[in-house]
Structures are given as structure tokens and as C-alpha cells.
Design a protein around this ligand. Structure first.
Ligand code: HMG
Ligand code: MG
Length: 310
């Protein structure tokens, strides 16, 4: 049953990260043709923004070493539309690889904490920005749209709780470089609802409204959906999620899967918030992917609907 809450936004955008955040953390290498089919199925299910892969160093993330090959296959299948699939680029080398393929949306990924910046990017808090500055400037000059992730916005496995002001300061600097949107990551899933509200409000107090923000929750402690609901209530309209709840970060101890797209879709549907996704098609895709990965999806909605499927 749909019970609409008039205080909530009319519509949200789901930013699907399964093929990137989901598959980057898989123990086994997923064949490139399976990845391509995964992306195609996600688009067919109505997801309009699907982050396809990551142009990072293949030694750092071997699971996504086939990034160029995957984008080539998707260009063959989808044509021009494949260029609108966003990809991660940490630096100018990554940007060059994306530009060679004519891609139009890239995402840099910074950290709000020193330790994670070093572990994930081999750079400190300041020098990550030195790496991003020319990357964003060149991307913008080439007409690309740039998203900036901020990791460890709630807690960090090495540094503990992360002060809201520290997150806002990092976000501000990433926007000042020219990023269009900030995706605030709870990389290890330790955040809770009031913390989300406080963070979104702190950004608003700094002049950065919820329209510039996306929320990116991992579900380590089962809080991702409650946190998304808090973000929705605070006016955020872009939510990152991964089909079937795949995911994690290979450089963050205790980062498990992302908020499952199906769980988010179920919540939004019940609240009468438009999202444009065909839930049955999405569950079918996650069930198909789970078979390929050899383990069931952790998503409660996938489990419930897969069992009740005729
Ligand atoms: P580095 O070793 O310091 O790199 O790594 P470097 O700049 O010193 O270059 C060393 C060599 O790497 C050079 O080659 C470069 O050309 C090459 P050589 O001259 O030795 O032959 N190189 C590259 N090759 C391919 N693609 C590139 C690239 N860059 C340099 N882009 C680097 C620095 C940033 C590259 C490395 O630390 C890296 O790749 N890190 C990526 C880690 C990662 O992908 N983590 C997961 C994504 S983040 C995440 O999941 C969190 C998120 O979901 C949000 C959340 O949950 O919070 C987004
Ligand atoms: Mg993530």
C-alpha cells in the first residue's frame, strides 16, 4: 500500500553502483561479458544512472582491470548511450583513459580522513586534492560532468568517529575544484539516522544545499535504509545503491555491501516517491547475478520477492 508523506520529495534519482562498488570487492574475477550483461539489465530495469566501472590502477583493483574492454563492449551494444555511464577516475591517468573512450561522466573519490586517503589513494588529505585539481579542471574543460565522492563521512576504522565539520570542509574543497555533486559515503556503514540529518544540515549551514548532495550508504550494521529515509526527509534526492546489495571497498576493513537498490525501491514505492525502476526486473537481475557469484543476495527484498516469484 502507498501512503504518501507530503513532506518528502516527489521523485528521487537512484545512482546505481553495483557494477562498480559491488563488483570491485568480489573475491573472484567476474567475466567481462557477465559485467556487460549486468549493466544492460540494470538499464533495462529502468535505472537511468549506472556507474559501470573504474579507471584505477589495475594492480590496486584487479577486479576492474577490464574497464576499457567493458566500456568497448557496452559501446557496441548501447551505442552513444554507453558514453553516459559514469566511471570512477582518481587522477589524470584515469581521466585520460575515460577521455579516450569519449565518456561524459566521471567521479573522483576523496576521503574525509587522512588514514583512508593514504590507504585508498596513496596520498594524504592535502595531496589527494593536488591529484584531483588538474583532473577535475581538465574534465570540466572537456565538457565532462564530475561527481566527487567523500569517503568515511561518519566513521573511519582507523580514526574512529569523523567530525561533521571535517566532512563539510573536505566536501567544500571538492566542490571548489569544480565537482557538480558530492556523494557522501558511509564507507563502513557505522552511521545512524540523526547523524545523517546533522551532516546534511551542516552542509546546508555551509551554503551547500541537499540538491548538491547524494548519499552513499554501506549496510554493515543494517542502518543503510533507515539512513536513506533520514536523508530523504532532510531533502536529499539522489541515493546511491547497488543491485542485490553487492559491494564493499577493498581498502576499508569492515566495508560490506551497499544499500540494496531493491530495498530502497521498496521504501520509495511505499512512500509514493517516484523512482522509475521496475522492481521485478531488478530482482530478476540480482537473482541472476547472485547465481553467477555463487551466493544469495543479502537484500531482504530480493529474498522475499525471489521466493514469492511464480
Ligand atoms: P600510485 O601507486 O600512487 O600511482 O597509486 P602513481 O601516480 O604513483 O603511478 C604509479 C603507476 O601507476 C604509474 O605507472 C602510473 O601510470 C600508473 P608506471 O609509470 O609505474 O608504469 N597509474 C595508473 N594506471 C592506470 N590507471 C590509473 C593510474 N594511475 C596511475 N588511473 C592511485 C595512486 C590513485 C592510482 C591508486 O592508489 C589507485 O588506483 N587507487 C584506487 C583505489 C580504489 O579504487 N579504491 C576503491 C574505490 S573508492 C570506494 O570504493 C569508496 C566509494 O565507494 C565511496 C564510499 O563507499 O565511501 C567511492
Ligand atoms: Mg562505496
Amino acid at each position: 500500500m502507498v501512503v504518501r508523506d507530503p513532506a518528502l520529495p516527489q521523485r528521487v534519482r537512484i545512482y546505481e553502483v553495483g557494477p562498480r562498488d559491488g563488483l570491485q570487492n568480489e573475491a573472484s574475477l567476474v567475466p567481462v561479458e557477465v559485467k556487460a550483461e549486468f549493466v544492460r539489465r540494470l538499464l533495462d530495469a529502468g535505472l537511468t544512472t549506472v556507474e559501470a566501472t573504474s579507471f584505477v590502477h589495475p594492480r590496486w583493483v584487479p577486479q576492474l582491470a577490464d574497464a576499457a574492454e567493458l566500456m568497448g563492449r557496452l559501446a557496441d551494444d548501447l551505442g552513444e548511450a554507453s558514453r553516459d555511464l559514469p566511471v570512477l577516475v582518481p587522477n589524470e591517468r584515469g581521466l585520460d583513459r575515460a577521455l579516450e573512450l569519449g565518456l561524459r561522466h566521471v567521479a573522483i573519490f576523496g576521503s574525509a580522513t587522512e588514514t583512508f586517503a593514504r590507504r585508498n589513494l596513496n596520498r594524504g588529505l592535502e595531496s589527494q586534492l593536488e591529484m584531483f585539481a588538474p583532473t577535475v579542471a581538465r574534465a570540466r574543460a572537456a565538457g565532462l560532468d564530475v561527481r566527487a565522492y567523500v569517503s568515511m563521512c561518519f566513521g573511519d576504522p582507523w580514526e574512529g568517529p569523523v567530525p561533521v565539520a571535517q566532512v563539510v570542509a573536505t566536501g567544500r574543497r571538492l566542490l571548489d575544484l569544480g565537482a557538480g555533486q558530492l556523494s557522501l559515503g558511509d564507507t563502513i556503514g557505522v552511521g545512524t539516522a540523526a547523524h545523517v540529518t546533522a551532516l546534511v544540515e551542516a552542509f546546508a549551514d555551509a551554503g551547500i544545499g541537499p540538491d548538491r548532495l547524494a548519499l552513499h550508504f554501506h549496510d554493515t550494521y543494517g542502518q543503510a535504509l533507515a539512513n536513506a529515509a533520514a536523508g530523504l526527509r532532510a531533502g536529499v534526492t539522489t541515493f546511491d545503491a547497488s543491485a542485490g546489495g553487492l559491494g564493499g571497498c577493498p581498502y576499508a576493513a569492515s566495508a560490506t555491501g551497499n544499500l540494496a537498490t531493491e530495498d530502497l525501491v521498496w521504501l520509495l514505492t511505499g512512500l509514493g516517491v517516484e523512482h522509475g525502476v521496475d522492481l521485478d526486473a531488478l530482482v530478476g537481475t540480482s537473482t541472476w547475478m547472485a547465481e553467477r557469484l555463487g551466493r544469495p543476495s543479502p537484500s531482504a527484498v530480493v529474498r522475499a520477492l525471489a521466493q514469492s516469484a511464480p
